[in-house]
Design a protein around this ligand. Structure first.
Ligand SMILES: O=C(O)C1=C[C@@H](OP(=O)(O)O)[C@@H](O)[C@H](O)C1
Ligand SMILES: C=C(OP(=O)(O)O)C(=O)O
Length: 424
């Protein structure tokens, strides 16, 4: 019998580029003077929507035939309207592009899908208004936001960042194009690692940013300088193959995602350690080795890495004791109300799940066949597909294609890794 050595053969996952880094780099390249090369960008619905929005704003974007490099040529200043901008489902587009537009001139009208319109944008609109922008949210209307731009002064701003960190990232990235320094006092920040990512990438493009312990961030005017960037694999996406390793007892390596990563979601691998998986984070790669059995009986704060809480919640029925995730109230404001949607899907599978405003507890159980309601949320589809590897009757997704938001090739890759012969 050769089953055991074959099962121990490490699998190497092909994880596409980080959505968050790709869309920040697109914005920063568009704001910089000169041509930036973005290597290994994510090619998916969210990044293509962002890129198209930039070309609609007059930015030149070219692609090598294999999509391995996007060349973006920025003008070193804000854009010129009038322009109508379609953000599709992309929260990052709706939150990063308006502050950039407000540093330019003319009218900008932002619109997006019904799903995106249901997500809060008023903290950003109010912050832009306090900086002197003429901005209107279109309550009940057919747009997200209208801006009549004539450049922005900086100044001082208090920003409640408890609903999303993306408003803060958007304002910070636009700040070097403002006429005077911008200082933001940040309150209630969720998803902190995304702000660290924003600041690191702003510095990579030459911005001067200072952060004080008291939660104040100051950015000086002076623009950005075009520079090349190699984009890491997406750590949130990697959570699915790491979780799959944990539940199947396989070993999965993601090359290019290691201790130097800019992405907080790599900490999901540490969370898997609580379930008994072995985790090795090297400088340039991460490997998770599972046992096929999950240890439960813990309660973990995933407020900083909430995109990955569903990955844990979906596999939690396989654990030997309940698992609780807390600190994730803001996950109710994403592509779906993620706490409610995950709890309902688990119940449909016959699993006991109790939710609170900012938490979810999942009890052990044997999933029965069910059709998963994806709510057009890519992460519901990907997280429950991992459970499907160990659910006796399998699982069915009502909308498998919604994974295109961040990983169009997800189903093929999961199949290649876990249903087919062991990868070399
Ligand atoms: O800045 C970013 O790139 C992101 C921030 C997070 O949103 P919140 O800050 O709204 O939690 C995360 O959920 C999203 O997928 C990407
Ligand atoms: C919350 C997400 O996306 P968005 O960038 O639209 O906020 C996500 O990808 O899980």
């Amino acid at each position: 019998m050769t089953t055991w050595p074959a099962l121990r053969t490490p699998l190497t996952a092909r994880i596409p580029g980080s959505k968050s880094i790709t869309n920040r780099a697109l914005l920063l390249a568009a704001a910089a003077q000169g041509t930036t090369g973005l290597w290994a960008p994510l090619v998916s619905d969210d990044t293509l929507a962002f890129r198209t929005a930039l070309t609609d704003l007059g930015i030149r974007a070219e692609t090598t035939p294999d999509d391995q490099c996007w060349e973006i040529t920025g003008a070193g200043r804000g854009p010129t309207g009038p322009t109508r901008i379609w953000c599709a489902d992309a929260g990052t587009a709706a939150r990063f592009l308006p502050p950039f537009a407000a540093t330019g001139d003319g009218e900008f009208v932002f619109d997006g899908s019904a799903q995106l319109r249901a997500r809060p944008l008023h903290p950003l609109a109010e912050a832009l208004a306090r900086l002197g922008a003429r901005v209107r949210t279109d309550d009940g209307g057919d747009t997200l936001l209208r801006i009549d731009a004539s450049g922005l002064d900086g100044g001082e701003l208090a920003l409640d960042s408890s609903l999303s960190s993306q408003y803060l990232s958007g304002l910070l990235m636009a700040a070097p194009l403002m006429r005077t320094p911008l200082a933001i006092d940040v309150h209630g920040l969720v998803s902190r690692p995304y702000i660290d990512m924003t600041l690191a990438l702003m510095r990579h493009f030459g911005a001067t940013v200072e952060e004080s312990a008291a939660g104040r961030i100051e950015v000086r005017p002076g623009g950005y300088t075009a520079t090349d960037l190699v984009i890491e694999p997406d750590a949130s996406t990697a959570s699915y193959v790491f979780a799959a390793a944990a539940v199947t007892g396989r070993s999965v390596t993601v090359p290019g995602l290691g201790s130097r990563s800019l992405q907080g979601d790599l900490r999901f691998a540490e969370v898997l350690r609580l379930t008994g998986a072995e985790v090795e984070v090297r400088e340039d790669a991460t490997t998770v080795t599972g046992t096929g059995r999950l240890r439960g009986g813990f309660d973990v704060d995933m407020g900083d890495i909430s995109d990955t809480f569903m990955t844990l919640a979906a596999i939690a029925p396989l654990a030997d004791a309940p698992i609780t995730v807390h600190g994730i109230a803001h996950a109710r404001l994403k592509e779906s109300d993620r706490i409610a949607a995950v709890a309902r899907n688990l119940r449909a599978l016959g699993i006991t799940a109790d939710e609170g405003p900012d938490r979810l507890t999942v009890h052990p159980g044997r999933p029965r066949p069910a059709r998963i309601a994806c709510h057009r949320d890519h992460r519901i589809a990907m997280a429950f597909s991992v459970l499907g590897l160990r659910a006796p009757g399998g699982i069915t997704l009502d909308d498998p294609d919604c994974v295109g938001k961040t990983f169009p090739g997800f189903h093929a890759e999961l199949h290649r890794l876990f249903d087919g012969p062991a990868a070399p």
